[in-house]
Design a protein around this ligand. Structure first.
Ligand code: SAM
Length: 235
């Protein structure tokens, strides 16, 4: 999968390229990441990417033109490698559909993604109307820019790509996964057996996999009932 991100702060993406599972998968060429800075497509001599909002009010708005030129450059670049371009163009915004595991899984099956990170008050609506086919939010709070939202979304999508996780069952066993019927994950324990005077639950030590699996299922239901009863109602 090839992901193209549009951001005026490309360095923020160094983390996802350099650490953990996403970095390992990148090194194995299981996915590709290109960051495009719209400032490079802005007009000489100021290279402005923002301007004041029509109608007044606080803050600035990202200009449509540098973003349009960036999107067109990405499309042209992709066409050098691919016959047809059918990839979602995503704008990250608090007004978007709330991102979740189902959307992550679905997006992981696409040939690629173009993700636009907003800054300031957001981007000119005319750019959204012309190009964007999916608006996503990562929750009911305001970030200063779309970069952190993009990193969160990309990380969760990459986990679904074949070959990324060592144990391919792992993604399905995490919270919201198919293996645990979309519920929350069970508690986990590791060594030592007694920590600060507290024992690991006996059942995890008896080696009976059927009992352990049953216990984990019950824990998962218990914690979901307590913290996210909405997930049980969905079923
Ligand atoms: N004026 C916008 C509003 O009230 O909806 C907020 C703009 S925010 C300061 C700047 C940028 O951060 C947005 O254009 C968007 O790309 C990103 N952003 C902020 N919160 C977000 C969220 N919860 N989910 C996804 N992106 C977000």
């Amino acid at each position: 999968m090839r992901i193209d991100v549009i951001s005026i702060f490309p360095e923020i993406f160094d983390s996802i390229k350099s650490y953990g599972i996403t970095a390992k998968a990148l090194n194995k060429s299981l996915w590709m990441l290109n960051i495009w800075n719209p400032r490079l497509f802005a007009k000489y001599p100021n290279y402005r990417v923002d301007d004041r909002p029509y109608g007044g009010g606080p803050g600035m708005v990202m200009l449509a033109e540098p973003l349009e030129k960036t999107i067109e450059a990405i499309k042209k670049d992709r066409l050098c490698y691919e016959k047809k371009i059918d990839i979602p163009i995503i704008y990250l915004t608090p007004a978007g559909k709330t991102f979740n595991n189902t959307i992550a899984n679905d997006l992981s099956t696409k040939d690629g993604l173009i993700i636009i990170c907003g800054r300031y008050e957001g981007i000119d609506q005319r750019l959204i109307d012309k190009y964007v086919n999916l608006e996503l939010s990562i929750g009911d709070f305001i970030l200063s820019g779309g970069e952190i939202a993009a990193i969160a979304i990309i990380d969760s999508i990459i986990r679904f790509l074949p070959g990324v996780l060592n144990d391919k069952e792992s993604a399905l066993q995490d919270s919201f996964g198919a293996k645990i019927s979309g519920l929350l994950d069970t508690p986990h324990y590791t060594r030592p057996r007694i920590y600060n005077g507290i024992n690991v639950p006996d059942i995890l030590l008896n080696g009976n996999h059927k009992d352990i699996s049953q216990w984990r299922k019950m824990q998962s239901i218990k914690i979901t009932k307590k913290r996210r009863p909405d997930l049980l109602l969905k079923k």
